[in-house]
Write a protein that binds this ligand. Sequence first.
Ligand code: 5GP
Length: 206
Amino acid sequence: MTNKDRGILMVLSGPSGVGKGTVCAALRQMDTDLVYSVSATTRSPRAGEVDGVNYFFKTRDQFKQMIAQDELLEYAEYCDNFYGTPREFVERTLDSGRDIILEIEVQGALKVKEKFPEGVFIFLLPPSLDELQSRIVTRGTETEDVIRSRMRIARDELALMEHYDYAIVNDQVEAACRRIQAILTAEHCVKDRMVPTIKQWIEEVH
Ligand code: 5GP
């Protein structure tokens, strides 16, 4: 199988509260060909979250077992909970030629980059720092301690933006989705993804 036939692995990161979940959900509606990777986590479900749709909710023991059995492409600890990407689903999706999006935090994204340097890494930014804090507060699902800790993590995450390929400001969800779709379209045209096929064509012409 050539690179051209393989799907594109896209990673979307950005500080807590920036709206990654909302953007991903909107993207899934706008682009039904794009596959979404459902992560495993030890965090408790928030109201409305469904096991197997938003996350695979696991106990710490179950999560540790997944690590021991090498079932995760990457995992990270975030605000005292574990989060990880089930490996097999990602590989199967890419092999079948479909594009997949992973919505994960920065440490995990950097581990994915080691394994998939050809992946497309997108960092979602808030319109401003004040806006970010108010989004975390108005979500109302977190205690004050968690809000403080998420803001500190946000600062550290912003510092790692340089490892990404693209930065998108999430001023409006639809506009952010359109930019991500534009990136995906452009990435499908990157010459290097075509090189193996074209080399084969060259060999075939006598
Ligand atoms: P939340 O608890 O708000 O759903 O997620 C907290 C953070 O964990 C977010 O930054 C989210 O992107 C990240 N996250 C979700 N799934 C994964 C995963 O599989 N791996 C990693 N490394 N981070 C994840």
